[in-house]
Design a protein around this ligand. Structure first.
Ligand SMILES: NC(=O)c1ccc[n+]([C@@H]2O[C@H](COP(=O)([O-])OP(=O)(O)OC[C@H]3O[C@@H](n4cnc5c(N)ncnc54)[C@H](OP(=O)(O)O)[C@@H]3O)[C@@H](O)[C@H]2O)c1
Length: 264
């Protein structure tokens, strides 16, 4: 019988590559986005590309407001899947609040809460719901698309950095407590990935220091999807592990910038 993966935040960017990887490897896929329209559009695209795969899009937002995770929406998602007889064998927590441009003395505390609530608390809620069913079905795999900012911070991203560090701690705790149910929990830590933001701000990305890695470039979505797939399908004896996919960015003390490089 075909296995099913639930992949969050998969109407755009990295999530698309992850959906396409699982679909092309023979999984059925349930994916999420926040807007009904975005989800419907993506579902149509995926179905055209993978006519033999059962692909279901589901619109869900993490929060009711900055302080409150929408736990009922997670309940509703898993009840919907239960009613359809769909068992999520692999959960990929890819969606994230990027927490961009948050200034330490300017942003209200609720902005910090919003990022932590989505990236840590909501993902805990999803994991708990998925793990309950995995336990009943003999096991499964949970994979967090984390970030190398869990190790090293970047400017104006305190909440995001804290959320990814917290998410890594949560990953280890879940791995420890769920191993006895044959549930593996791991994290992929990308550095910078080419996304639509790259296309929208070419000048920024042309000079962004994190592209100057030992391997000389940033990742594309497929690089991250391959790492996620490794944990899902090949890492039978691996749990609580981190796989960094950042071109070697975090192994260097500073980026080796080209001659004449200036930051405006
Ligand atoms: N891009 C990078 O350079 C980079 C670097 C390191 C790590 N990462 C990590 O890699 C993953 C994917 O990154 P990405 O840049 O491809 O992501 P992205 O373009 O920011 O897309 C994130 C997805 O998450 C969903 N999302 C955002 N806020 C949400 C919320 N409050 N509730 C529910 N869903 C929400 C979005 O839904 P909508 O489609 O409805 O907008 C979108 O589909 C993230 O976990 C990110 O932290 C990215």
């Amino acid at each position: 019988m075909k296995k099913t993966a639930l992949i969050t935040g998969a109407c755009i960017n990295t999530g698309v590559a992850i959906v396409e990887k699982f679909a092309s490897e023979g999984y059925d896929v349930v994916f999420t986005g926040r807007s009904q329209d975005g989800v419907a559009e993506a579902e149509q695209r995926y179905k055209a590309k993978f006519p033999n795969t059962n692909i279901i899009g589901y619109a869900i937002n993490s929060l009711l407001d900055e302080r409150t995770v929408d736990e009922a929406a997670v309940d509703a998602l898993f009840s919907f899947l239960d009613e359809k007889g769909i068992f999520i064998e692999t959960l990929v927590c890819n969606a994230a609040d990027q927490g961009l441009n948050m200034k330490v003395f300017e942003n209200p505390l609720t902005d910090f809460m919003r990022v932590i609530n989505t990236n840590v608390v909501w993902n805990y809620c999803l994991s708990e719901h998925a793990a309950k069913r995995m336990k009943e079905n003999g096991g499964g795999s949970i994979i967090f698309v984390n970030s190398n900012t869990a190790y090293r911070s970047i400017p104006d991203r305190i909440a995001y950095t804290a959320s990814k560090g917290g998410q890594l701690g949560m990953m280890r705790g879940l791995a420890l407590d769920l191993g006895k149910y044959n549930i593996r929990v791991n994290a992929v830590l990308p550095g910078m990935i080419k996304t639509d933001r790259w296309e929208k701000n070419p000048e920024f990305y042309a000079k962004v220091p994190s592209r100057y890695t030992p391997l000389g470039d940033v990742a594309v979505g497929e690089d991250i999807a391959d790492a996620v797939w490794y944990f899902a399908a090949m890492a039978r004896n691996t749990t609580g592990a981190e796989l960094v996919v950042d071109g070697g960015n975090t192994c260097q003390l500073y980026p080796v910038l080209p001659k004449g490089y200036t930051v405006d």
